[in-house]
Design a protein around this ligand. Structure first.
Ligand code: LLP
Length: 426
């Protein structure tokens, strides 16, 4: 069963009506389905079974401790980009030995934290970073396991802000440079190059960009081994897209059919760093309508979630489905394909209370008429939702609830004004 589904005019998360959660925990409220998180983890583990995959869930997508704990208990590894994220993984009981440490700007302190924790490997983004890792490792008598992050120079055909695998990107190194760096690092005794890493972008909906990238990776691994580097891991990064509107993204099995054979041919174990595909459709944001108003021809639905809760529409003009969580009389569940217009709907701008014109969750969205107090759901909000939330306008951040069947667990309470003011000094 779909984790979020309509039954008798009500939106459910697993076995609990959204309306019950909103009454119990208030709004705005992030609601996550545990079975959705674990279902995708399992689907990935089995789709790539032939290359003994280590799924390193990308913590940046949704770093709630309650979620990390459940993922760790089911065998997930983790992809972290900061000492802060590594700390979360450790607090949640995750295994640093199954954790990869990425990021273009690791500080010496972060490198040391990764070494002391015993991370599986560092994804190295530049020659200067390799030198820093080697120096820090030597200074504490350790050998740092590393993977070079390589830009295969493919176009992932995604939003320019989340495209990373092109030559001109700030991430990783192009293949020629990677070869030069690898050649000059053979003799460095405080590093051990055990992997090769690629991450070409995010919300990639087709398999072609990966096909182009893996072919280049297989070649490169052969050359790295010839130099004497014991490459055992092919880390293909994340980026697997999800359905925001309908059925635009290929299922995980299709990506696996392109990636797994190449990794097998290279004689490597596979690591992947999926974030969005695990978390995105495992979460929704629930909010309540405060007011409706009309200005000229424009209709505004003002509700209690804002750009500080979910910034993706404002930042990337991202599309998130929105629909009432309790269907008004005569209104059906949302059409399966968001481009299909439901009857009796009019265009509304769904906006929040923040003082910015960019504060919208949707523009000109065809919705049924909704009154004050109506509960609405913004879908596909589990990834890059709460993690990118802020306290702009001194708004306490939303609460988060993790649903498992008929059980709902508060995994982050709503912030209080005291929480917000505590670090300030006057
Ligand atoms: N690995 C690396 C090195 C990454 O940079 C990222 C995401 C991932 C893995 C996970 O990618 P995913 O599987 O989630 O696509 N805030 C943006 C997305 C930024 C992605 C940054 N890097 C958004 O809301 O769309």
């Amino acid at each position: 069963m779909e984790p979020f589904h309509y039954r008798d005019g009500q939106l459910y998360c697993e076995e609990i009506p959204a309306a019950e959660l909103a009454d119990r925990f208030g709004t705005p409220l992030y609601v996550y389905s545990q079975s959705s998180f674990l279902g995708t983890l399992k689907a990935l583990q089995s789709a790539y079974a032939e290359v003994a995959p280590l799924v390193c869930y990308s913590v940046k997508a949704n770093s709630n401790l309650g979620i990390l704990k459940v993922m760790a208990a089911h065998g997930s590894g983790f992809d972290v980009v900061s000492a802060g994220e590594l700390h979360r993984v450790q607090v949640a009981g995750g295994d640093p030995g199954k954790t990869v440490f990425a990021g273009v700007g690791k500080t010496d302190e972060e490198i040391k934290a990764g070494l002391e924790a015993g991370v599986l490997m560092f994804n190295v983004e530049s020659e200067a970073e390799l030198d820093a890792i080697a120096r820090v490792a030597a200074s504490i008598g350790k050998v740092a396991p590393i993977a070079l992050r390589v830009n295969p120079d493919v176009d992932p055909k995604t939003h320019r802000y989340i495209s990373t695998g092109k030559k001109e990107s700030k991430f990783g190194m192009d293949i020629e440079r990677a070869l030069r760096v690898a050649a000059s690092s053979v003799a460095i005794s405080s590093i051990r190059m055990i992997g090769m890493h690629m991450h070409i972008g995010s919300q990639i909906t087709t398999t072609e960009p990966y096909a182009g990238a893996v072919a280049k990776g297989v070649d490169l691994i052969a050359q790295l081994r010839e130099m004497g580097h014991p490459i055992a891991w092919y880390n293909m990064g994340g980026g697997y897209g999800i359905n925001y509107k309908g059925h635009e993204a290929r299922p995980v099995e299709e990506f696996a059919r392109v990636i797994a054979p190449a990794v097998k041919a290279a004689g490597c174990r596979l690591a992947i760093e999926p974030g969005r595909v695990i978390a995105g459709n495992a979460g929704i944001l629930l909010s309540r309508v405060l007011y409706t108003k009309q200005s000229g021809d424009k209709r505004f639905l003002i509700q209690d979630a804002a750009m500080n809760d979910l910034i993706r529409p404002a930042l990337y003009e991202s599309y998130h489905r929105i629909w009432p969580a309790v269907l008004p009389p005569g209104v059906s569940p949302p059409p399966d394909d968001a481009d299909v217009q439901a009857p009796e709907c009019e265009p509304w701008d769904v906006v929040g209370p923040v003082c910015e014109s960019g504060d919208f969750l949707a523009r000109d969205r065809h919705l049924p008429r909704l009154d004050r107090g109506a509960l609405i759901a913004t879908f596909s909000a589990g990834a890059y939702g709460m993690v990118m939330a802020s306290n702009y306008n001194t708004r306490p951040r939303a609460a988060e609830v993790l649903v498992d069947g008929t059980d709902a667990r508060l995994v982050r309470r709503r912030e209080t004004f005291d929480d917000l003011l505590r670090p300030e000094i006057f």
